[in-house]
Design a binder for this molecule. Structure first.
Ligand SMILES: NC(=O)c1ccc[n+]([C@@H]2O[C@H](COP(=O)([O-])OP(=O)(O)OC[C@H]3O[C@@H](n4cnc5c(N)ncnc54)[C@H](O)[C@@H]3O)[C@@H](O)[C@H]2O)c1
Length: 241
C-alpha cells in the first residue's frame, strides 16, 4: 500500500516512516511544514496517516476525501469545529480515529469499562496521566478515552472534572476526575484509579516507546483499506467492538 504521512518530521511521524516497510507499506509522501519535507501527496497515494497538529488535521482529511482514500488520525486536541470536519469526512471515506493506537491501552479501555460496571459509583474514579514536557495539549486524548470508558461502564454522561484547586469541598459521589502531569521525557503513563472506602483498584499502563502507537496506526490503515465509509476506532480494528 502506497501511503502519505502527515507530520512526518515529528516524533511519531519519524517512527511511522521507519516502521512502514515492516507493515507492508511504502511511504511515498513525507508531509510536514518542516524544511526538506513534502507538501503534496503524489498521484497513486492509497491512504494517509496524520500525526501532526490539530489545525492541520481538517485539511488532511479533506484531501483524503478528494482522493477517496482511507485516513487514519492520531493527532489529538482537535477543537469541536475541527472534529466536525473529520466526522463529515467519515460519511464519504473510512476514517480511523483514536487517541491511542497501542494494543495495551485499547485493552485497558476494555478493563476500565468493565471495572466501572462491576465496582459502581461507590468507587471514586481518578484518571491520572503523565507525558513529556513537549506535549502541547492536556489532558491527553488517551486520558479522555479512559474517562469515557468509565462513564460508559457506569451508564452515565461523559462529564468530567479537570484538576482541582482552592475550596473545592467534599468530593461529590459519582464524580470522574482527570489530571494531567507534565515533565521530562515520559512517553505516556496512564492510571485509572477506583478508590473505595476499604480498598483501591488501579489500572496502570506505561508506554516504553512510540513503536506501539506507530505499529497500531499502520495496522489501522491496512484494515481501513477497502472498508465502507464510516468513523472507526481501534476497537473496530482489534475486533473488540
Ligand atoms: N493517537 C496516538 O496513539 C498518539 C500517540 C502519540 C502522539 N499522538 C499525537 O500525535 C500528534 C503528534 O505528536 P508528536 O509527538 O509526533 O508531535 P511532534 O510535535 O513531534 O510532531 C508534529 C509534527 O507535525 C508537524 N506539523 C505541524 N503543523 C503541520 C501542518 N500544518 N502540516 C504538516 N505537518 C505539520 C510539525 O512540523 C511536526 O513535525 C500530537 O497531537 C500527539 O498528541 C497520538
Amino acid at each position: 500500500m502506497k501511503i502519505a504521512i502527515n507530520g512526518a518530521a515529528g516524533r511519531m511521524g519519524k517512527m511511522l516512516v521507519s516502521l512502514a516497510k515492516d507493515a507492508g507499506m511504502e511511504v511515498i509522501a513525507r508531509v510536514d511544514i518542516a524544511e526538506g519535507y513534502d507538501s503534496v501527496w503524489p498521484e497513486g497515494t492509497e491512504g494517509v496517516i496524520d500525526f501532526s497538529y490539530h489545525t492541520a488535521t481538517p485539511a488532511t482529511v479533506e484531501e483524503a476525501v478528494k482522493r477517496n482514500i482511507p485516513c487514519v488520525i492520531g493527532t489529538t486536541g482537535l477543537t469541536a469545529e475541527e472534529q466536525e470536519i473529520v466526522n463529515k469526512a467519515a460519511e464519504k471515506i473510512p476514517v480511523v480515529q483514536s487517541g491511542n493506537y497501542s494494543l495495551g491501552i485499547n485493552f485497558l479501555l476494555e478493563m476500565a469499562r468493565k471495572a466501572a460496571e462491576v465496582l459502581g459509583k461507590e468507587y471514586d474514579v481518578e484518571v491520572v496521566e503523565m507525558h513529556h514536557k513537549h506535549k502541547k495539549d492536556a489532558p491527553s486524548g488517551t486520558a479522555l478515552m479512559l474517562a469515557k470508558s468509565v462513564a460508559e461502564g457506569r451508564g452515565v454522561a461523559p462529564d468530567f472534572v479537570y484538576g482541582r484547586s482552592g475550596e473545592v469541598g467534599e468530593r461529590p459521589a459519582g464524580e470522574i476526575a482527570v489530571h494531567a502531569l507534565r515533565g521530562g521525557s515520559v512517553v505516556g503513563d496512564h492510571t485509572v484509579m477506583f478508590a473505595g472506602d476499604v480498598e483501591r483498584v488501579e489500572l496502570v499502563h506505561k508506554a516504553q516507546g512510540r513503536e506501539a502507537f506507530a505499529a497500531g496506526a499502520l495496522k489501522a490503515l491496512g484494515w481501513a483499506k477497502g472498508r465502507a465509509p464510516g468513523m472507526y476506532t481501534m476497537r473496530d480494528v482489534l475486533g473488540f467492538a
